[in-house]
Design a protein around this ligand. Structure first.
Ligand code: SF4
Ligand code: MG
Length: 326
């Protein structure tokens, strides 16, 4: 399938208490049309900053994109004027977040908010946009959509609000949907319904999805391909079946072991020792070495590069480089 978006050597930094933080540290990856790629990792690994960088929504200051390219339909998004970028945001690339309450306007009826977006991007009059809005609410499984369109955000449950956010994000038929922890704030039953809805919408609208999550259960259900991030870098990339069957990076192994469903151990949840490092003071060598059960002397000295291993796999680990950890 043709390539939709390609991120090259993206670098985004923050200044925090006078210290330089490389939140996204030279990462490259791409998405094909209609492909769902999951970006996984603990919080603080750089997942959200990656998506904000692509959308050019990094708060500046304290953040700044300091290098790289984001190629999309033959243009580098990072080089576009803000006016041009606004035409792409919410139109060709849409985004949904974990907490829909923060992105919905509390004082406007949900139907009006969706219709506004449709009018803005599709140049329809109010009546036509309203008709489209009701149809869209019906598609996403909102009962009595004509009536619910008149509701205010606080009148809806969390799950319904997330449905509305998805409807808004899809109202312009984006080529790419960036979904940042879309189900994290929801309980398990509602979570399953939202994932179902996203799959259905993916089939109907044919968009690619960049799915940001720390939940590998969600990845297993949604993604075609997986990128694992640690300390601002990609440490592993693989098609979804392969990463579950044979993870190549010790960090991925740890993440997989911490899914209760897969390990079959429901009483004791495995947790990777230690915590995500302070990005302004990264450990020497491989930044994962203080937490890695396989670390050796080389890991403390030298940082492994992300190597291509086989057709669609990459990993950044001395164990996989053929050089070993000694
Ligand atoms: Fe572990 Fe060394 Fe591989 Fe880093 S390079 S993940 S410390 S084995
Ligand atoms: Mg995040």
């Amino acid at each position: 399938m043709p390539e939709l978006i390609s991120v090259q050597n993206l670098q985004t930094q923050f200044l925090s208490d006078g210290k330089l933080v490389r939140a996204v540290d030279n990462i490259s990856f791409s998405l094909q049309e209609k492909e769902t790629v999951a970006i996984v990792g603990e919080s603080g690994s750089g997942k959200s900053v990656t998506s904000l960088s692509i959308m050019r929504l990094v708060p500046n200051p304290p953040g700044k994109i300091v290098g790289g390219q984001v190629n999309f339909h033959g243009e580098d998004l990072l080089a576009l004027s803000e006016a041009k970028m606004r035409q792409i945001r919410g139109n060709k690339i849409s985004m949904i977040f974990q907490e829909p309450m923060t992105s919905l306007n509390p004082v406007h009826r949900i139907g009006e908010q969706i219709a506004e977006t449709i009018m803005l991007h599709q140049k329809l009059d109010r009546a036509a946009a309203w008709e489209k809005t009701v149809a869209l609410l019906r598609t996403i499984g909102i009962p009595s959509p004509e009536k619910r369109a008149l509701d205010y955000p606080h009148q809806l449950s969390g799950g319904m609000r997330q449905r509305v956010m998805i409807a808004m994000a899809l109202s312009c038929h984006p080529d790419l949907l960036i979904a940042d922890e879309p189900t994290t704030a929801l309980d398990v039953t509602i979570q399953a319904q939202i994932l179902d809805l996203m799959r259905k919408m993916r089939e109907e609208f044919g968009m690619a999805i960049m799915l940001i999550t720390h939940d590998l259960g969600v990845v297993a259900e949604m993604a075609h391909r997986v990128l694992v991030m640690y300390a601002g870098r990609i440490v592993e990339e693989a098609p979804v079946q392969e990463i579950f069957a044979e993870p190549l990076h010790p960090y991925t192994v740890g993440l997989l072991r911490s899914i209760p469903r897969l390990s079959g151990n429901k009483d004791r949840l495995y947790v990777i020792d230690g915590s995500v490092p302070d990005l302004s003071r990264l450990p020497s060598g491989c930044p994962f070495h203080p937490r890695c059960p396989d670390a050796g002397p080389r890991c403390r000295r030298e940082r492994p590069e992300l190597l291509t291993l086989g057709e669609r796999r990459r990993a950044a680990c001395w164990l996989r480089s053929g050089e070993g950890v000694e």
